[in-house]
Design a protein around this ligand. Sequence first.
Ligand SMILES: Nc1ncnc2c1ncn2[C@@H]1O[C@H](COP(=O)(O)OP(=O)(O)O)[C@@H](O)[C@H]1O
Ligand SMILES: [Mg+2]
Length: 596
Amino acid sequence: MDKISSVIRVARFSWTYSVKIAGKKIWLLLFYLTYKNIHPIINAYFIKLAIDTLTQVGQAEPSLIIRNIAFILIAHFLVDSWDNFSFRHSLVLSRTLQRKLLSGIDVDLAYKNASLPITTIENSKFKDKYTLVKREAGFRLYPLVDQSVNIVAGLITFIATAVLLVGFNPLYLPILLILQVPRLFLIKPALNKVTHRASLSAKLSRHWDIYLDFLEGIKGSYEARILKIKEVVNKRLLNIQEQTVGLFEKTESELLFPRVATAIVPMMGVFTIAFMAAKDVVSKATSIGDWQLIVNTAHRLGELSKRIIDDIGSLSEASIFVDKLVEVLEMEEETSFGNEIEIGNVKSLEFDNVSFKYPNTKQFALRNVSFVVNEAENVAIVGHNGAGKTTLVKLLCRFYEPSEGVIKLNGIDIRDYDLSTYWGILSALFQDFETYGVSAKESIGFGDIKNLSNQTRIEKVAKLTGIHKYLSSLPKGYETPLIRDLENGVGLSTGQWQKVAISRALFRKSKIIILDEPTSNIDPESEEDIFNKLIRTVNKRMMFLISHRFSTVKRANRIIVIDSGKLTEQGSHKELMAQNGLYAKLFRIQSESYKE
Ligand SMILES: Nc1ncnc2c1ncn2[C@@H]1O[C@H](COP(=O)(O)OP(=O)(O)O)[C@@H](O)[C@H]1O
Ligand SMILES: [Mg+2]
């Protein structure tokens, strides 16, 4: 039952997806595919007519025979020409559709991926499924449409041909069909083997993609050369290749003999029928033209039933993958979270006894964290690597939900706000921020896509972070692509990238601004300058800043110290120095090292 409903779901999806992509042309394609099935029979019929006419020599008027033959051949020529055209045109249609489907699936999957909750896309089971779907479903979708059409067209032709054959001798049909039965039994085992193989290969290909990126990625290209890791990676890639190809070869060879056997057996039927009909020709019960038509029809019918069975097999195979594709495409998106509540001005933000564990981990990354931040306050968060600072920010951004406790904005649980509205009041710069390979203008403009082309405002924020001078000096100014791979593109240093990214965060007219180690690669002088300006410009907004530079941190209204997931200290620089805890210790280490 479950299987039937999934087949129906897959069939419906394939059809609507193809119609969406191909439009009305799908009907034309359907017509061509049906016609393609019937054409061989039409051909055989013309040959029958010709042979029957020629065997009348000696019985009929020669001029009449010649006239008839000419007429038959011209008609046959016209039909063949049409067939040629329809075949070529159907190729154009189907190949276009195939390409559109493949790229369409890529885009739809990527878009879906970008719309799913972070917890979903970080889940390795989901990743396996996504890889499988991306690798298999796209290129199986077109054959699915093709095969469904073929099965329907095949059945129509099958019935027409069967009626024709039965007209000659009622025994012919059962002879043909019985011998097809073994083939039916091959469908299920073949299906199991192929799906098992595909899920194993999908797992392997996850590693494959990761290793390939070691060799192809730009980021690692310097280190990879010095470390000579290409040798190791190459070996591992070849090893995966061997395993994947090995899997393929194993299943295919296991299926080779059964496949050949179940194909040969039905052929015996065609030859039997040819022999029986030949005997009828000898006893003058059948004309030579009819003998030819019977043999051709039987052959065609054998082929057809073999193909229908094979198509059903590959249809079920494809539908397993396409079913997973449908599952992924129908997954719940994060934008459906929360309710429409007006946010207004940000008066307060509170972490109320928040604890958090990442999915599938045992340790708490944050434990019983509580603090309140008031309107327009700027907060610095400090702590060792791995203390939980970024995690805190990710919870604040609602990428994850607290395992315990609540985060409140203006007294309301942040989960109650519509997610997209909530994101609308945030701007965030993450440690591993994206270096968008677009123009300098867009790289900043992406911060507020509605104002993507507001050059004046873009330049204003670029001046704030001190990157304007550099960007305006580029060969194409702000239109220069910030990616070396493109023509006229330039590559930026990590510090310069950070300035672009801070500009992007500032470009957004957000109410809360979050900066996770934004200046880790920026020289101290620029950093000083950026912060002086930053504090002045964002004075009406709430700001969270994670930093290891205490010269910057000390200026925040409030400093929060996170140690192994716990909030251990909070207060102003003065207060925390007086407490003489971890903050004071870290501060002294840094300031003393500068005194030397
Ligand atoms: N996606 C994740 N899944 C599981 N554990 C994670 C994930 N991200 C971070 N962690 C773990 O959570 C802890 C806190 O990390 P993080 O908040 O990034 O530290 P930091 O204070 O350096 O920003 C670390 O032990 C880290 O390994
Ligand atoms: Mg961090």
